[in-house]
Design a protein around this ligand. Structure first.
Ligand SMILES: *Cc1c(COP(=O)(O)O)cnc(C)c1O
Length: 398
């Protein structure tokens, strides 16, 4: 057996590889530079062009570009009209923002458990958590795999809930042939550098509903309307006039970020293909590695994977997740863990959430880590990662 680097053996590779990274080309840089030298660096034609492009990519009627994915979720909560006394059901196996957004508007996140094999929110558990106060669901396409939209939409219909999809991981994913962004009442995206396409910081919300669209615009732009309906006839004011109609925020994206994202989106298909190719290679390799459990895919999801998560089978391996993770780091393969269940955090504990709420999610959390997955990885990088996983798993086999 090959000695692990953590015990003084030779690491699988010399240079550290990280779990994710952006891919910026000269064309991307030129697109940004062109905007910076132009007339508008924020709120100009590039943001409008990006919103149009996002509609084409997702099949949605409307898109609102915002400052980041968290702002997108916050705007969705405001547009849904949520507030004090309302409950929003989400998953604990996500980035904190998926739950925090409910708290931003005074509502209460309620955590439903996840499916033991797909790790996505479990529709049966959603049904168990519904009360008279439930107003919305924030379903997260964990790792990029679509949740069971058909069933969740039925639940929303039956209980009159707003369906928000947190598709921060899932741009490019299709469910039953339909792109993410056209399925929920509102879909939120993030364009952080580790996500599939990036604008540095950035986010967007897509919707088919004109009224939600109007509210999303207000929420993201100070609640201000320029030239409100009828002002020319009813008012002594001139064309400088605008009205703040509700309380909103400044969640604008800049024009140069929009230009970067438009340029990135022109490569979404190739990013998506490369991610799928790496996922297939990993899936095949790990199917034969005892101790490594891979995520199950539902047939309806044609997934552009953002993360590749391996899960340790503690029946087969004698190490802890910590030992496996540290051994991978020593091999120069830097993994990450997605995610610590949101209600484990001190902030949520202080609000009265306790461990044990979602036993399946907690068990999954104990065994998972995300290994490197990004389109710029070479075939050699992919082989190194597979060798490291295999080497560490062999070492720790019972
Ligand atoms: C990244 C992410 C967000 C937040 O996006 P930001 O752009 O970083 O604010 C929200 N939800 C999930 C699931 C994410 O992965």
């Amino acid at each position: 057996m090959e000695k692990l680097a953590i015990h003084g053996g030779t690491p699988v590779r010399d240079k550290k590889i990280f779990y994710g990274r952006q891919w910026i080309t000269d064309e991307d840089v030129e697109a940004v530079a062109k905007v910076l030298k132009g007339d508008y660096i924020t709120c100009g034609p590039s943001v409008a062009a990006l919103e149009k492009r996002l509609c084409e990519v997702t099949g949605a009627r409307h898109a609102v570009a915002v400052a980041n994915g968290t702002a997108a979720l916050h705007c969705a909560m405001m547009a849904a009209g949520l507030g004090e006394g309302d409950e929003v059901i989400t998953t604990p196996l996500t980035f904190a923002a998926s739950a925090n957004c409910a708290i931003y508007v005074g509502a209460r996140p309620v955590f439903a458990d996840v499916d033991p094999e797909t790790y996505n929110i479990d529709p049966d558990s959603i049904e168990d958590r519904i009360t008279d106060h439930t107003k919305a669901i924030v379903a997260v396409d964990y790792t990029g795999q679509a949740v069971e939209h058909d069933r969740i939409k039925e639940i929303c219909k039956e209980h009159d809930l707003t369906y928000v999809v947190d598709a921060a991981h899932a741009i490019g994913t299709k469910y039953d042939g339909r792109p993410e962004g056209s399925i929920g009442d509102m879909t939120c995206f993030s364009f952080h550098p580790v996500k599939t396409v990036t604008s540095g910081e950035g986010g967007a919300i897509t919707t088919d509903d004109p009224e939600l669209y109007r509210k999303l615009r207000l929420a993201s732009q100070h609640g201000i309307v320029k030239a409100p309906a009828g002002f020319e006839t009813d008012s002594p004011e001139g064309i400088w006039y605008y009205e703040m109609q509700t309380l909103g925020y400044n969640y604008r994206m800049t024009d140069f970020q929009a230009a970067l994202l438009i340029s990135q989106l022109s490569r979404l298909d190739s990013f998506s293909d490369r991610r799928k190719e790496i996922v297939r290679t990993y899936d095949e390799a790990f199917a034969d590695v005892p101790g490594i459990i891979i995520q199950r895919e539902i047939p309806k999801s044609d997934t552009t994977r953002h993360l590749y998560v391996i899960r340790l089978d503690r029946e087969t391996l004698k190490c802890t997740r910590r030992e496996f993770f540290d051994a991978m780091s020593a091999e120069n393969v830097q993994c990450q863990v997605h995610y610590i269940p949101v209600y484990y955090f001190p902030f949520y504990q202080r609000l009265g959430y306790s461990r044990g709420l979602c036993p399946v999610a907690e068990k999954i959390y104990d065994g998972i880590m995300s290994i490197p997955l990004y389109p710029m990885m070479t075939d050699g990088d992919v082989r190194d990662v597979m060798r490291a996983v295999t080497k560490v798993a062999e070492w720790y086999r019972k």
